[in-house]
Design a protein around this ligand. Structure first.
Ligand code: BES
Ligand code: MN
Ligand code: MN
Length: 456
């Protein structure tokens, strides 16, 4: 047996114990956005430090003004690789839509095979553990951790990473490596691994329109008194035209057309937009009619209203004319769209459309631009071949509709590119009730990293 074969066998043999370890981490309620769970985030960080220390890393919890980071080094020789994942998770509500408690993980049988059910199973605890378990398998095979590996685990990814940029700047020398490895994305399909080579950026806007000094009776004041919800909805409706084109001046600056060659490659993937939508109870692709569903997800910007707050929303009916109304709007960015310019254009549009007697306040939010990764770099071909050896189909280079802001910060602050490899699936219900991770994703995920580490 070659060393690689021995390490793969070790990885397989370790699966029951590896699941026990993952379940311990999944039981920790590390919801980063809600301050009530701050202690749980510390607990998750400490758990990871202990886990990494156990397999021979020099690991530390690094406190920040927000939730702690975990930093570890193997101290080996060779190509320096920085692995990144996040231990924080999204909130679990609405809780009544879960079929089991979100922090009580279990293996469940489903028509599509066994799954690990829990909040964070796929995003991102199950994924980051695939890498740790691969390191363990190598350690048990050779007696040494595999090469020159550093690890960064974040606890604020799901809540806008407020501590991340200062942390990267302060620890740049320690964290800069030849390449970053990030496990927070998905497979192309259950038999086809993917390396994501583009990520969309994100701008979030959270604002309130204020009108009268107090809530009013709509019979007594309705008509002459301006209604901030009416104003808000008119402003929101104006963000897109009938062809789903976003109307903000300058919004499409820096949005490239996909090169013909890449477009052809994407068409060759035979993505079925209608089948994709059928899975979630929809049938017909909306959005810009000139672009396929896949192109819309990977290469077009969006504007989505994520929440509207205002007025009376309780049982029954109340003829109130509210004093204020709020909304949360987000834009996914592509190409070289500039998050600051888009934020400024949005805020100007809102202010320009405010009637007399209304004012607006914006909450401060950080944005991040889209990221494109250099697939020509050596690490990409090596990782691609390693993945192809593990899965039934060859690995593809894919886009990704989601956002992982750290990948851009790694480029800008540390001058380091990232290879994005992940084993999530479209139906993992990340951020939603009943999140799951296919058991096969976990098992083959560990084996995939065993191979990638060997190749790199
Ligand atoms: N792991 C996701 C990103 C992702 C989503 C990758 C879907 C592949 C498919 C990540 O944890 C995430 O949720 N990112 C947020 C951004 C963040 C700033 C809140 C997102 O994309 O909304
Ligand atoms: Mn994630
Ligand atoms: Mn997420």
């Amino acid at each position: 047996m070659t060393q690689l074969e021995t390490a793969l066998a070790k990885a397989d043999e370790n699966i029951p114990a590896a699941l026990d370890r993952l379940f311990e981490l999944l039981r920790i309620e590390s919801i980063s956005t809600d301050p009530a769970y701050a202690e749980e985030c510390v607990k998750a960080a400490d758990w990871l430090v202990a886990e990494l220390t156990d397999i021979g890393f020099k690991a530390e919890r690094r406190d920040t003004p927000g939730h702690p980071m975990v930093v570890a080094h193997s101290g080996g020789e060779g190509r320096h690789m920085l692995f990144y994942g996040h231990y924080d998770v999204q909130p679990v509500d609405p809780l009544d839509l879960w079929d089991r408690p979100p922090f009580d993980p279990a293996i469940e049988d489903t028509p599509k095979g066994k799954v690990i059910r829990a909040r964070g199973a796929s995003d991102d605890k199950g994924q980051l553990m695939t890498f740790i378990e691969a390191c363990r398998a190598w350690k048990e095979t050779t007696g040494e951790l595999p090469g020159n590996i550093s690890i960064l685990f974040e606890g604020e990814e799901e809540s806008g990473s407020p501590s991340l940029i200062p942390f990267l700047k302060e620890n740049a020398d320690e964290l800069k490596a030849d390449i970053a490895l990030v496990c927070d994305t998905g497979l192309w399909d259950e038999n086809t691994p993917a390396i994501s080579t583009m990520l969309r950026g994100l701008v979030g806007e959270d604002f309130t329109i204020h009108a009268a000094s107090k809530d009013l009776h709509s019979g007594m004041y309705g008509g002459p008194a301006v209604n901030p919800i009416n104003v808000l909805t008119r402003i929101l409706a104006g963000l897109q035209d009938d062809d789903y084109r976003i109307t903000l001046p300058g919004f499409y600056d820096g949005v490239p057309e996909v090169p013909a060659e890449i477009k052809k490659q994407w068409e060759g993937l035979n993505f079925d937009g209608e089948a994709f939508l059928n899975e979630v109870g929809l049938s017909k692709p909306a959005g810009e009619p000139a672009y396929s569903a896949l192109e819309q997800i990977w290469a077009r910007p969006t504007c989505d209203i994520n929440g509207i707050i205002g007025g009376y929303t309780g049982e029954g009916f109340k003829t109130v004319l509210p004093a204020e109304a709020s909304a949360k709007v987000s834009f996914r960015l592509v190409g070289t769209q500039d998050p600051e310019k888009i934020s400024a254009s949005f805020r100007k549009y809102v202010r320009d459309n405010l009637p007399e007697d209304c004012s607006v306040t914006f909450r401060e939010k950080d944005g991040a631009g889209a990221t494109t990764l250099p697939v020509e770099a050596e690490e990409f071909a090596l990782a691609r071949d390693a993945l192809s050896a593990e899965w039934p189909n060859e690995a593809i280079f894919a886009g990704c509709g989601g956002s992982i802001p750290i990948v851009g910060h790694f480029q800008e602050i540390l001058g380091m590119d990232s290879v994005l490899i992940g084993f999530g699936q479209d139906d993992d219900q990340i951020h939603s009730p009943n999140e799951k991770y296919a058991l096969r994703s976990f098992e083959k995920g560990v084996r995939s990293w065993v191979r990638v580490l060997d190749a790199l």
